[in-house]
Design a protein around this ligand. Structure first.
Ligand code: 164
Ligand code: MG
Length: 337
């Protein structure tokens, strides 16, 4: 059951107080301008089921396991009451960078999207240069290629970007073998390689670590099947982790924040500031960064905002059917991991 401990709630129980939202975003991010999400209320509080629309049921089922874990199981105890977060910079033009960073007050770290299908390397370089200009020499800059480069393209791009002093490069290439190769090729530059898709979309999230293909792992609570499962994974890998969001509403971000609060070593700023990319949220007190920090707390959605952000009846039905199919996937007994 993807890390779930005990009985799964039934469909009726999951849907008792379910809401489907369609929230506009401030700027296009990973190709979307509206974020759809389903909120559920469990005995331990509100939780979120929001796999991206194009994901199939097997992949989306892990997100449901994550949602159930946060709503139907007590969160582990927290080691901290706030977590430091990074700014997230979509593939915008350089002149838009100051306005994006202004949405993340006090953040010393920025993650910059690069390697987009409609972007050239010089556009990526100009964007990273603009971020460096804004953050100053003490700022920390990481880039995320979302597997957009071949090994050769990654090598060229990293040569062009390394002079901006990179904290790490997230998922430069798609496969574990490619990650291992680019890591070896750029070893002399001393820029760490982080794995994201190779963790959250892989059948074995630890394979990339076992292959020695990454220096650190990006971990996301909902896509990886929930806080408890991620804590189990992090205990089994010796690599440092960066806790990030899956672009959730503040209800789902609270899941990531509780994971970040429970992780033993939290040396990297978390990618959990993404409420700043939403033009509307489900609470008047969203989990937005203040002084670079986000508090560790659960979020209760506001009835008025749930009504205002409600998706169309057709989209609501689509999500209910998706949830039902994913619950079926989780209900099939699987061999022990
Ligand atoms: O890590 C961050 O700064 C924010 C989260 C983030 O970038 C992502 C969230 C959800 C989907 C992804 O395309 C993207 C990522 O690839 O890390
Ligand atoms: Mg990523």
């Amino acid at each position: 059951m993807s890390g779930l401990d005990g009985e799964l709630p039934g469909l009726g129980e999951l849907l008792t107080n379910a809401h489907v939202l369609a929230l506009p975003m401030v700027t296009r991010f990973r190709g979307i301008t509206v974020r759809e999400a389903m909120l559920l209320e469990g005995p331990h509080g509100w939780t979120e089921f929001s796999p991206f629309l194009e994901y199939g049921d097997d992949e989306a089922a892990a997100w449901l396991a994550g949602a159930i874990d946060f709503g139907w199981r007590a969160a582990p105890s927290s080691r901290r009451d706030a977590v430091r977060v990074n700014a997230t910079v979509p593939a915008v033009d350089p002149d838009e960078v100051p306005a994006v960073l202004a949405r993340f007050p006090g953040c010393r770290t920025a993650k910059v999207k690069v390697a987009g299908a409609d972007q050239t390397l010089s556009q990526d370089v100009a964007r990273v240069a603009a971020v460096r200009e804004e953050l100053g020499p003490e700022g920390r800059i990481r880039v995320d290629a979302n597997a957009g480069w071949s090994v050769d393209a990654a090598e060229r791009a990293i040569h062009a970007l390394a002079p901006f002093d990179l904290e790490y490069i997230e998922q430069p290439c798609e496969s574990v073998d490619e990650l291992a190769e680019i890591r070896e090729r750029i070893a002399y530059l001393d820029v760490p390689i982080a794995a994201d898709e190779s963790v959250r979309k892989a059948s074995d999230p630890l394979a990339v670590a076992e292959a020695g293909a990454a220096d650190l792992l990006i971990v996301k609570a909902q896509p990886l099947g929930g806080i408890h499962r991620v804590l189990d994974l992090t205990a089994r890998t010796g690599l440092p982790v960066v806790v990030s969001s899956a672009l959730e509403t503040s209800v789902g971000l609270a899941m990531g924040v509780h994971l970040a609060a429970a992780v033993e070593g939290l040396d990297y700023d978390c990618g959990l500031g993404t409420a700043a990319l939403l033009a509307a949220d489900v609470t008047d007190t969203p989990l937005l960064p203040v002084d670079g920090l986000i508090p560790v707390r659960r979020v209760v959605p506001d009835a008025r905002l749930l009504a205002g952000g409600a998706a169309s009846p057709e989209r609501r039905d689509w999500w209910i059917e998706r949830l039902a199919r994913c619950l079926d996937v989780l209900s099939v007994p699987r061999p022990a991991e």
